[in-house]
Design a binder for this molecule. Structure first.
Ligand SMILES: [Zn+2]
Length: 111
């Protein structure tokens, strides 16, 4: 893990250029071990994505002559993936019979 400058990835952080950290989009960034963070510009409310490691000195790509922002679209509206990913694995689609058969199988002495 790469350590980011203290606090810059926390929602509400404002960097010296007036760029505000909104949230971690969970999308992989373009820099090593980085996520794309949604950043808002306090001047005109522009929104764009930035690597976590870039937040501290990011300038707005739309009104602050910063480099182009990263895409924010792909993961928009797809929250709560953690819970779904966890419960997606279990329980499975097995019937009781299949589960019992599986348990029986485990009990059988190996020959
Ligand atoms: Zn802006």
């Amino acid at each position: 893990m790469v350590r980011e400058a203290k606090g810059t990835t926390k929602p509400g952080y404002v960097n010296p250029n007036g760029q505000i950290t909104i949230r971690n989009t969970d999308a992989p960034g373009t820099d090593k071990n980085q996520y794309v963070y949604q950043i808002a510009c306090s001047k005109y409310g522009c929104n764009y994505g930035a690597n976590g490691s870039d937040i501290h000195d990011r300038k707005c790509p739309q009104c602050g002559a910063g480099t182009a922002g990263l895409a924010l679209d792909a993961r928009e509206g797809k929250e709560k993936k953690g819970v779904a990913a966890f419960f997606g694995k279990w329980p499975g689609a097995e019937t009781d019979e299949e589960l019992l058969a599986a348990v029986d199988d485990l009990r059988k002495p190996r020959s």
